[in-house]
Design a protein around this ligand. Structure first.
Ligand code: IFM
Length: 462
């Protein structure tokens, strides 16, 4: 791609944004009354994260937020998506609010508004108060109820200044990476626990939507990391495996949220686990399926799915999930530093297929995350010439535009991420930022992708 490749063009009013999340950037883990979260516990457990990295300091955004807002202003974004750390607001996940925690987000919101940037707040981006995990975490319904109460507290203080609210970020990761694969906090490896977590996250979303409505917010929705699963071969077995993968990754969320029903493919996907779903209660689907103002979609890459034989559950675990599929390699395309294949047209396909499946029940979409981790190098002049990331963003925005041309109502796009940050179990080694963070000095350096995105946004200004 050359410098003269024209930018894809978006309609007037289209929201350009950038996104981050609390535990990944804030640091200040012990400050101003913040309680421990499951990610503090997990990252401080030896062997859990690469190089033993933790979010103790991260990008020190808690202290440097004015500098970060100035960088957002320089970028020219319309909106900034950040998340609120529940353990800053309620250190043990229940009870009265911690005023210093609320004050931090209030100051951040004011700084954004002053810079002419619309705040978009995510209420839960994985930093569950540890005290709630100790009582069962998302396996138990009580956590969903506490989440509703926490939402009411935050909304009461910020609803007047924050127009766009996201209840949960990527509940798939919370439920399945957290309670089934054990690669995210709290690091559990369970089957029923993960399915219960998925359901209680949805119930929590429903309770949070009610609290947001009661506070009179302008827009509320959820963010899902929906996957584009492609069969490894055209065999019937691989195509059936894709249905199971779609059920686990996508339908488990979209069916209750957008159609008010559980997936019809549940039984083939979960087998014996489905019979244990006594956590589903009458009235839950109505709560979960409340109308949303938008659906947040995070998209990065397609996943190649192949049929795999049934694995006997590990007797040491409480009935592990086994969906009888395995992830394969995507041949012949570039892969990012995460090892993720770059196939932008699958972004178009995902969005158009959502529209085909849900029709008018599909709310307007915001792309709440998209971006790439690359092997960035600092040049002799101190700059980061991240041509691969620029190409990735250009191609994915072009693919997004194609979906809009095909009739999908997409209202905004948030690049992931504003800053290099703590990439969860992979620590600081993977860099997704359009701004480089030097973790020794915490100095911020806008990369070429920052300047490219700035020009794309500027090209849309009248
Ligand atoms: O860093 C994460 C983010 O927290 C959630 N979505 C995917 C990103 C990249 O892995």
């Amino acid at each position: 791609m050359s410098d003269s490749t024209p930018f894809p063009s978006f309609p007037s009013g289209f929201v350009f944004g950038a996104a981050t999340a609390s535990y990944q950037i804030e640091g200040a883990a012990d400050e101003d009354g913040r309680g421990p979260s499951i990610w503090d516990t997990y990252s401080h457990t030896p062997g859990r994260t690469d190089s033993g990295d933790t979010g103790d300091v991260a990008c020190d955004h808690y202290h440097r937020y004015p500098e970060d807002v100035a960088l957002l202003r320089g970028l020219g974004v319309d909106s900034y998506r950040f998340s609120i750390a529940w353990p800053r607001i309620q250190p043990t996940g229940q009870g009265p609010a911690n005023p210093k925690g609320l004050d931090f987000y209030s100051r951040l919101v004011d700084e954004l508004l002053e810079a002419g940037i619309e705040p978009a707040a995510t209420l839960y981006h994985w930093d569950l108060p540890q005290a709630l995990e100790d009582r069962g975490g998302w396996r138990v319904r009580e956590t969903a109820e506490r989440f509703g109460e926490y939402t009411a507290i935050v909304a009461e203080h910020l609803a007047d200044r924050v127009p766009r609210w996201i209840t949960l970020n990527e509940p798939w990761c919370s439920a399945f990476l957290g309670y089934s694969v054990g690669r995210h906090a709290p690091g559990a490896k369970e089957g029923t626990g993960a399915l219960a977590a998925a359901h209680h996250l949805l119930v929590g979303h429903g309770l949070a939507m009610k609290a947001l409505r009661a506070a009179g917010v302008r827009e509320a929705g959820i963010t899902l990391n929906l996957d584009r699963n492609v069969p490894a071969t055209d065999s019937a077995a691989d195509r059936a495996a894709v249905v199971r993968a779609d059920t686990q990754h996508n339908l488990v969320w979209t069916e209750p949220l957008l159609a008010g029903r559980y997936p019809s493919t549940d039984e083939d996907t979960w087998g014996e686990l489905i019979t244990r779903q006594d956590f589903r209660r009458d009235g839950d689907l109505e709560l979960i399926a409340q109308p949303m103002d938008f659906l947040g979609v995070n998209y990065y890459r397609p996943i190649v799915i192949a049929d795999a034989p049934h694995r006997e559950p590990d007797p040491a675990l409480r009935v592990a999930t086994d969906n009888r599929y395995a992830e394969g390699k995507y041949p012949g395309v570039r892969h990012t530093a995460m090892g993720w294949p770059v196939v932008p047209e699958t972004f178009t396909d995902l969005l158009t297929s959502l529209k085909e499946t849900y029709g008018d029940a599909l709310p307007p979409i915001h792309i709440t995350e998209n971006g790439s981790a690359e092997h960035d190098e600092v040049a002799a002049d101190g700059a980061v010439h991240d041509a691969d990331r620029v190409a990735y963003l250009h191609e994915h925005l072009t693919a997004l535009r194609a979906a809009m041309d095909a009739g999908v109502d997409v209202r905004g796009y948030y690049v992931w991420s504003l800053l290099d940050n703590f990439e969860w179990a992979l620590g600081y080694a993977k860099r997704f930022g359009i701004i480089r963070v030097d973790y020794d000095t915490l100095r911020r350096t806008p990369k070429d992708s920052y300047h490219w995105y700035r020009k794309l946004i500027a090209a849309h200004r009248v």
